[in-house]
Design a protein around this ligand. Sequence first.
Ligand SMILES: Cc1cc2nc3c(=O)[nH]c(=O)nc-3n(C[C@H](O)[C@H](O)[C@H](O)COP(=O)(O)OP(=O)(O)OC[C@H]3O[C@@H](n4cnc5c(N)ncnc54)[C@H](O)[C@@H]3O)c2cc1C
Length: 545
Amino acid sequence: MGKSLAMTRIAIIGSGIAGLFSALKLANSGHHITIITKQRVKDSSTNWAQGGIAGILDKTNRKGKEAHIRDTLESGDGLCNKAIVREVIERAADCINELVSIGVNFERGNDGEFKLAKEGGHSERRILHAKDATGREIERALIDAAKQHPNITLMRNTLAIDLIQREHGDTSKGVCGIWCFNQDNNEVITLAADSVIIATGGVGQLWAKTTNPNVATGDGIAMAYRCGASVKDMAFIQFHPTALAIENGRPFLITEALRGEGGVILDQGGLNRWEKDCEQALTKSLELPKPDNYSFTIEFSKLGSMATRDIVARAIDQNLKETGQKSVYLVTSHLNKEMLRNSFPNMQQHLNRYGLTLGADHLPISPAAHYIVGGLHVDHFGRPKMANTSDVIPNLYAIGEVACTGMHGANRLASNSLLEAVVFADNAAKHIIDNPPRQVNHELPDWRSDGLDTLNEHAPILNDLTMLKDTMSTEVGIVRNYQRLNRAYRRIKLLEEEIAMIWKSSKPSREIVELRNLIQVANLVIRDAIDRDENRGLHFNTDLV
Ligand SMILES: Cc1cc2nc3c(=O)[nH]c(=O)nc-3n(C[C@H](O)[C@H](O)[C@H](O)COP(=O)(O)OP(=O)(O)OC[C@H]3O[C@@H](n4cnc5c(N)ncnc54)[C@H](O)[C@@H]3O)c2cc1C
């Protein structure tokens, strides 16, 4: 009975690891999948992930799994959902092996075993990777498989605008499709679906400096929120401590794995002292001192540069404010140059643009917005909960960075997000396979477009976007206080009113859709930050110290 109903239409928004993995799983069991994605298929945070995916592949390695659980809980600062953490880590081997069987080539040593890396907050080497471009390899393999699958249709340049409810205004009846903006012909499409999976990734574009690609504009969170979904832990924004800080260059991520191999963060003062001591040691033919003891980060954690991201980012933020400098340095000149060249070819290629060489030059770095720990509050199967209830929204799923599962608590441990994404993609897919949705047979309403103007002038929208990013960067950054948060709230409210007026009177464009979503997400981040009465993990308010 279940099987005969199984050939349903599932629409998936997003073609990162979460969207593609769930698509393949569902397609393999006979479902018809349409993946809509707003730019090129590969444009995603997944494609830019460097360090890797954490997991213990040997299922009998109890000690290893317990250590991974311990590190995740410690990083999460007491707010992780312990059952979810345990489940995700227990399921790592199966899901990562599935990625391998789809064709992802993680790096192996001469003995054929996977090479494992270590990143901040990890007590052991447990991160599978493909050089320093792991996400690119994962994305390549998943896209290849999706393109070849007869049950999967990929629609690029297609921007999801809003979810369509089965009964307009009644969240409890669930969803039945998506209105999408076709950027090739500027038309709005109505896409019917028996179930919708939101896999739209993060929100980094809310800040002026971010490691995220331009597609990370919080669309999934905003559209589900408008549809009645609840959000959780929105204030927990991870700022990556080590983004390249070059004037006019994008804040390219300098992977934590570089620190895992011995890279150390120094400020100008520490650098001067270390270099002077090195010179003295050379003249006396003594062993060169290691840079670790010269790092200001040891004042914040005994792990120094290898402390978790929240601690290192805050240490750098404070240092930059105190010294008035624009960046600190990631030092690698004491490390083996051949190892660096072999392990980080992608990074070296990027650094070449600026004439910088790993193992020789000190890399200027500063923190940049990187990952949203919070998001749509979902259950074990990735089903978003309805606002103010514990009920889920029927036929709707949210997986990957867009969702808040409780895995990361107040702070995500490095390389746990690809793992969480793939496990929840699996959970959601299995839930749909086991509980095929009721098919949508009725005609869906078209997008309201009568009497709307085409928005020809985008300059005011770009100005508003700049103002939004500036506000979030100055008032809602790594270190917060109530005065700044309240100021940000008032500004965002004004922007919200402005954009609501334009939105109501004009036909959609990508700029207006994204700005509307960003403003909505900014509002949720700020409100959660204001409501918090304690400092935990990634949320740090000086008024609460
Ligand atoms: C530079 C960088 C390095 C990272 N390194 C690591 C790492 O080493 N290990 C790790 O675990 N994590 C890492 N992360 C985090 C990790 O990459 C992401 O959390 C993860 O890839 C998110 O996957 P996803 O499938 O949820 O979203 P994404 O991979 O971001 O995909 C989202 C998709 O949704 C599409 N989309 C968005 N909005 C719409 C819309 N309205 N309509 C249609 N399509 C839409 C996008 O175009 C994209 O295809 C890194 C992140 C970055 C930015």
